[in-house]
Design a protein around this ligand. Sequence first.
Ligand SMILES: Nc1nc2c(ncn2[C@@H]2O[C@H](COP(=O)(O)OP(=O)(O)OP(=O)(O)O)[C@@H](O)[C@H]2O)c(=O)[nH]1
Length: 446
Amino acid sequence: MPLSSSSSSSSEQFSCRPPPTPPYNPIPINSKMDCSASSQSTKKNSYSLERFLQEPASPSPRTAHKSGYRPHSSMSRSQALQSPTSSVGTYPGLGQASNRRPRLLLMGQRRSGKSSISSVVFHKMPPTETLFLESTTRIQKDPIQLVPIFVLERGFIANIWLLHSSFMDFQVWDFPGQLNFLDPTFDFDHIFGELGALIWVIDAQDEYLEPLSNLHTTIIAIQRFYPAINIEVFVHKVDGLSDEYKLDTQRDIMQRTQDELSDNGLDNVQVSYHLTSIYDHSIFEAFSKVIQKLIPQLGTLENLLNVLCSNSGIEKAFLFDVLSKIYIATDSSPVDMQSYEICSDYIDVIVDVSEIYGYDRKPQGQVSSPTSEAPSETQQEEEEATLEASSIIRLQNGMVLYLREINKYLALICLMRKDSIERQGLVDFNVQVFQNALQRVFEVGR
Ligand SMILES: Nc1nc2c(ncn2[C@@H]2O[C@H](COP(=O)(O)OP(=O)(O)OP(=O)(O)O)[C@@H](O)[C@H]2O)c(=O)[nH]1
């Protein structure tokens, strides 16, 4: 939906790093990027942006975008809720390796909040409604995939598939707290084979020594056979705790885990810890980090975002999955919670506005052929079919939020100073280059 709003809102306490030195440049379209380089590097190497722009070959996602596109924003929230699909996407690298979806496994003691996390993040359940969730008794397998039904209905499978093969495709398994996977009746391989990440949820408001001991047993058991699994510990329900107590709890859990693993000769196991709550953005932030680790092209995405930021006067850029509000990549400057929160809230604003004022964009192929009676109307329809949603919000503290729809599921949200948006043509151009590069990166991955 071509959406362009310009409004003012207040935002206090905005901490951002100082602006890059102007003048900012258009991203040189013949610059090269190292797709395998570390995320910190913005060195230019093996992928030419010019090549991204000029290679004709296969039908480009951009064409697909034009021809089979329905703006994400025009999909109603209720549709999103009813759909079993979320939009974190299909990530070809992972899927291709095994032909099976990588899994995120949620484990932890009973009532620690596993089902609530899954419902809030992937099904948009309001946090307060999780109070009525019943205890899980069987393993819940939740496919999070992105070949949405309405794409097939629209008959643009080939084009859209290209577009959608760029995202992640995985399953979230909710493992009931009362089940013991070490029981010989459980198929260990079925549970842990193909696992991308094990998310262990600990209720920080409850006694956690026993769950912690179960976590240690689990890590020790899976390390022998599946050392590549990412182990993520969510120190959950921290909304009721003071800042000091939260950090103390996290520190204690880390220390005990480290000691236990060292005692068992597992000094090098990488365990990540996140303080989370479904009542604020922390759960989305934590999931963003978990999912980013499963995207092999993360370094490339970060490099592209770094180049975009440094050439356009952007302070912080996030590539968001709109439905889940998980960011799949950001530039390599540190993420501060306030920036993330305001960008995440911005998505809600845009989705709400689009639900009211959005409309179905006709795919290019369905735009009626020009007639002598109404040529201008057809032209307008064609133009609308090719426009991405975009929006700018000016904040009272001099910062600007810039949103640009990248494709059906992804949106780029940038925070910049007011003087950077004065060169909006330049920013738009650079974002377009970034968008094309992104599509090519995913095509190459496919
Ligand atoms: N305060 C607070 N409560 C939470 C949070 N997350 C979940 N809860 C509450 O914790 C309770 C248990 O949540 P569930 O999601 O059912 O827990 P579970 O781990 O799936 O439980 P089992 O299905 O028995 O394994 C619910 O009443 C939730 O509302 C949180 O971040 N903060």
